[in-house]
Design a protein around this ligand. Structure first.
Ligand code: PAZ
Length: 350
């Protein structure tokens, strides 16, 4: 609790938060009227800015495919979706046509007789299907799309959404697929202006409040003797990061509604660590499910780690089903999709 209040009192809330809260409040009220289940899907990577006026930042890997694909599956299974995503990462439905190797214009043609713009005949069928689902979600107010960029924005948004979801009780689900930074630069150690790679005369640096020559600040430069003798050369940048407070604890113990379900994801690159880390996360936070995935195989296999037996269950898309979508994007497991097909898939895999 102390860590929480320290953190939130140290940072100004994101500018967009009041607007996002108003949108989410209205959205949730509507879903309550219709007695719908609501899932908060988080998607995409958070950034850690190196400067307050940010030119450079550290990013976390995630295109947003898992989150966007899963959101589509939740919508098809009767959920309303709050899609809290990294700005400009993949979105449900439009993901089939964006960020792909094909430009969206490649899906279109000009009709020779009418000059109207039309979808090319080979894409008609698939695009009609996507368009219908997208329209249905939009017209029925089933999808609320909210962006974040930095890890601080993400944490503020997560807390606010969980709080607003309180009246949903057991009809609330948290599906945390976003790749959230584990390390960040606390506000009091952050440079205001763009970090310089070469020496700035001290009178000018002072005027601009640049902490570039100060050994105490995280953005201090490591000036080797050799570098000092070559003042025109670029300098090293040493970045000293603090751990991001573990807010999953607070989500489980306080922010999330009583009776709601919390699913988190664990991404690893070392196969030997994946299940161990997923189990450790489940034990530490005592939530409902950790879905583990490896960077290299995440598109076709995940492991469900649960507190109840079987404790560890692998779900795999069989090779024959690793089809390409219209945009060339390989299929990705979404939770509902995985559950629906899992028996069939497991059989095929065998
Ligand atoms: O967004 P994407 O489809 O490219 O990747 C999805 C993922 C690997 C980020 C996600 O499945 C995941 O594991 N998220 C949690 C990451 C973490 O351990 O912080």
């Amino acid at each position: 609790m102390e860590m929480e209040s320290n953190y939130f009192s140290n940072y100004p809330p994101p500018k967009a938060l009041p607007r996002h809260e108003a949108l989410a409040r209205a959205f949730i009220e509507l879903q309550l009227e219709h007695k719908r289940r609501v899932v908060l899907v988080t998607s995409g990577g958070t950034t850690v800015p190196l400067e307050n006026q940010t030119v450079r930042f550290i990013d976390n890997f995630s295109a947003g495919t898992r989150g966007a694909a899963s959101a589509e599956q939740f919508l098809e299974n009767g959920y309303a979706v709050i899609f809290l995503h990294r700005q400009f990462s993949l979105l449900p439905y439009s993901r089939h046509y964006s960020h792909s190797t094909n430009c969206f214009l490649d899906f279109m043609d000009e009709d020779a007789t009418t000059s109207s713009i039309v979808v090319r005949s080979e894409y008609q069928h698939a695009m009609r299907d996507v368009l219908r689902k997208y329209r249905y979600a939009k017209q029925n107010n089933l999808l609320l799309v909210l962006p974040f960029t930095t890890v601080t924005e993400y944490i503020f948004e997560l807390r606010a959404m969980a709080n607003l979801m309180k009246p949903l009780g057991a009809n609330a689900l948290f599906y945390l697929a976003a790749a959230v930074s584990d390390f960040f630069i606390p506000r009091d150690r952050m440079a205001e202006h763009k970090i310089q790679s070469s020496e700035i005369p001290s009178d000018i640096a002072k005027k601009h409040d640049q902490p570039i020559q100060d050994d105490d600040v995280y953005t201090g430069y490591n000036e080797s003797e050799e570098q000092q003798q070559q003042p025109n050369k670029s300098k090293k940048l040493i970045v000293d990061l603090d751990p991001v407070p573990k807010f999953l604890h607070r989500l489980v113990d306080g922010w999330a509604p009583e009776g709601s379900m919390i699913v988190s994801f664990k991404l690893e690159t070392d196969p030997n660590l994946l299940v161990y880390k997923a189990r450790a996360s489940l034990q530490r936070y005592a939530h409902h499910l950790v879905i583990g995935n490896l960077l290299s195989t995440r598109k076709w296999e995940v492991v469900f780690v649960t507190p109840e037996p079987p404790h560890e269950r692998w779900i795999r898309v069989p090779k024959s089903k690793r089809s390409k979508s219209i945009s060339g994007e390989q299929n990705q497991i979404g939770l509902a999709e995985g559950s629906r097909n899992k028996q069939k898939e497991e059989k095929e895999e065998e």
